[in-house]
Every structure is written in C-alpha cells, then in structure tokens.
Design a binder for this molecule. Structure first.
Ligand SMILES: Cc1cc2nc3c(=O)[nH]c(=O)nc-3n(C[C@H](O)[C@H](O)[C@H](O)COP(=O)(O)O)c2cc1C
Length: 148
C-alpha cells in the first residue's frame, strides 16, 4: 500500500492534521504541502488530500491541487468553522470532489471543526484538533482499501 498525504493549510490546522495522519499510514508515506506535490499520482494506491474551507468552498490553493489529482482512491479531509454535519458541509465536500480529474474515485471524506472564535489565528498549543479522529479516518481508509 503506497499512500501520500498532500495538504493546503493557511494557519496550520490542516497541516497538523496531515502530519498526525501520516504517523498511522504505512512507514515512509510522504506528507507534502500542495506546492510540493508530485505532478503524477498514478504510482500511489491512495491519495489523502487536505484543504481548509474558505468562503464556503475549498481554499484556492486546495482547489488548484484538487484539479490536478487523478487517482482511483482519493481520501478528502478538511476543516471548517460551520457545523460539519450540516447540508452546507456536504455541499462543500461535493464541490471539492467534483474538482478532481475525471475518472478519479473517492474512498473517504473527513471533516473536523475549527472553533469560530479562533479561526483567524494559528492554533494555540494544546488546541484540540481531534487528531485521534483524523488518525482513525486514515487507518480505516487504508484498512478498507486492503480489504480488511
Ligand atoms: C479567511 C478565512 C475564511 C474562512 N471561511 C470559512 C467559511 O466560509 N466556512 C467555514 O466553515 N470556515 C471558514 N473558515 C475557517 C477555516 O476553514 C478554519 O479556520 C481552518 O481551521 C483553517 O485551516 P488551516 O489552519 O489549515 O489554515 C475561514 C477561515 C479564514 C481564515
């Protein structure tokens, strides 16, 4: 199982989430900002793609990256201050999925919540980013792909 984690992060939450996820993914899984992502994902069995919600959609760098990703097994993760269980959140995810290169497949989605009182600032030390839940998402996604 060869995976990669790519992310777009402004204030650092998605970066921390991406870095936590890579700890439970197969040893050697790269974790790179979208500026450094490869141009070809065909060597990977699974691509974890993270971005933040900005003005009710994936952030601009995240959108550009999504448009360049082609893979059968893309797992999307994001963070937002609105209710992650809202219709709005589903629409944000759907819009992001539709940006992927045609023919790509989505194997999972994960949203974590950012405190609206804090969203303009970098995360405080000890701010709860629910890293354990992100790690469960990453582990479960890989496990399902392996057919376990
Ligand atoms: C300029 C700006 C606009 C945002 N717009 C939205 C939004 O429309 N909806 C939402 O749920 N969250 C919104 N957020 C919250 C971000 O998704 C949240 O702060 C997230 O933690 C940022 O991720 P990052 O730390 O990885 O950059 C916005 C944040 C910023 C800074």
């Amino acid at each position: 199982m060869k995976a990669i984690v790519v992310y777009s992060s402004k204030t650092g939450r998605i970066q921390q989430i991406a870095q936590a996820m890579v700890q439970v993914l197969p040893q050697g899984t790269p974790c790179v900002p979208v500026d450094e992502m490869p141009s070809d994902f065909s060597n990977y069995d699974c691509v974890f793609m993270g971005f933040w919600i900005d003005e009710n959609q994936a952030d601009p760098k995240g959108q550009e990256a999504l448009k360049k990703i082609a893979n059968d097994h893309v797992a999307i993760f994001t963070t937002m201050y609105d209710d992650p269980y809202s219709d709005q959140a589903s629409k944000h995810l759907r819009s992001a999925v539709e940006l992927l290169k045609p023919g790509s497949g989505v194997v999972g989605t994960y949203i974590t919540w950012t405190d609206k009182a804090r969203y303009m600032y970098e995360p405080e030390a000890g701010e709860d980013l629910h890293l354990d839940e992100a790690q469960s998402f990453a582990k479960n996604t890989v496990s399902r792909l392996k057919g376990n």
